[in-house]
Design a protein around this ligand. Structure first.
Ligand code: AHR
Length: 338
């Protein structure tokens, strides 16, 4: 009797093990297609990672397009070359993504690849910098900065600063460190300065070169300007982003040249990253124009609207401000995200 009970229990255990294994195994029917992932796929093409600002933009997009929110983001870094960005976009098209986001390194040269995306029926959102194309229908929407407006902010504040320093009518010699040539950020900020040169007879550009939006180039250009023009003949250095301003300041420190509120060369910069705002608060940078990298939420809302088949605005300019030291304190800077 006792022996029979042990046999029955043993058989029951074996049967239970079969049931458990059967439940765990996924039956695959080769004639039935696997269920597709319900995630919406988004390809994001960045031009590179030349600045802390750009890393902040990448993070902002990544934070918004998460799997928890129903998205799969494919990120590609173009390593500072338009050709690489074009290849990345073609890869997105081949992969059949649902949306493409592009931050274009320069404004022109996108017609062909955007036509390919359009033919494939993939909506394209341009962010940060804009494109110049033969037909606006090649992209769905733009979200980013109004770079000419940023430049105009800088110029208005420079006029005020020079007037406060009694230099409204004296010669003003400017070193101009440009960003990546042909990018919207460079074109808009440069245009604002060129317009100001036209309207101010006493303003002159005494040295100009392209700093590629990097600290290393900014440093090299300012160092060359100091050697060729001389610190005594420079009143302002107009840097087209914070990295270039950090480089220009490093060159002035190296050469023992005075700059900022305490006299000497005035530094104008764009981006207003927190590290630069701290220097602005301390008077080292005189004018900081914000370029807002927190564009992820705007792009996320746009794509959500498109998913619901709602009409979206063609152009969305993101809110940006201009700062001088009197407007800044530690708490304000700490409250900012970039
Ligand atoms: O397009 C925005 C500009 O690009 C930012 O000013 C700069 O820091 C970045 O690299």
């Amino acid at each position: 009797m006792f022996k029979n009970n042990r046999i029955v229990i043993g058989l029951l255990c074996i049967m239970l093990a079969f049931v458990v294994i059967a439940c765990q195994e996924k039956t695959v029917d080769p004639y039935v297609e696997e269920e597709e992932s319900s995630l919406i796929t988004v390809g994001f093409s960045q031009p590179g990672a030349e600045s802390a600002w750009r890393v902040a933009l990448t993070d902002s997009v990544k934070e918004n397009f998460t799997e928890e929110r129903g998205y799969k983001l494919i990120y590609k870094d173009g390593r500072s070359k338009q050709d690489n960005q074009i290849k990345d976009i073609r890869t997105f098209i081949q992969q059949g993504v649902d949306y493409i986001i592009i931050s274009p390194i320069v404004e022109t040269g996108w017609d062909t690849v955007l036509s390919e995306a359009k033919e494939a029926g993939i909506p394209v959102i341009i962010c940060d910098r804009n494109v110049t194309v033969s037909n606006e229908s090649l992209y769905t929407a733009f979200v980013g900065s109004d770079f000419k407006a940023e430049g105009d902010y800088a110029i208005t504040n420079l006029e005020i600063l020079l007037a406060e320093n009694g230099k409204a009518d004296e010669p003003v010699n400017i070193v101009h460190i440009q960003g990546t040539l042909g990018s919207s950020a460079q074109l808009g900020r440069t245009k604002a300065l060129e317009d100001a040169i036209e309207t101010h007879d006493n303003w002159n550009i005494v040295y100009q070169d392209c700093g590629e939006f990097t600290k290393a180039k900014g440093r090299e250009i300012m160092s060359n300007a100091l050697k060729e023009v001389g610190a005594g003949n420079i009143d302002v250095v107009y840097c087209e982003n914070d990295e270039e301003a950090f480089g220009a300041i490093a060159a002035m420190n190296e050469a023992g040249v005075r700059y900022g509120a305490e006299g000497g060369i005035k530094v104008v910069s764009f981006d207003a990253m927190n590290s630069a705002l701290t220097m602005c608060m301390a008077g080292q940078i005189s004018i900081e124009v914000e370029c807002n990298p927190l564009q992820g939420p705007y792009i996320y809302n746009l794509i959500n609207h498109l998913e619901k088949e709602k009409v979206v605005p063609k152009i969305t300019y993101i809110h940006e401000e201009c700062f001088t030291s009197d407007m800044l304190d530690v708490d304000f800077i700490a409250s900012r995200k970039f």
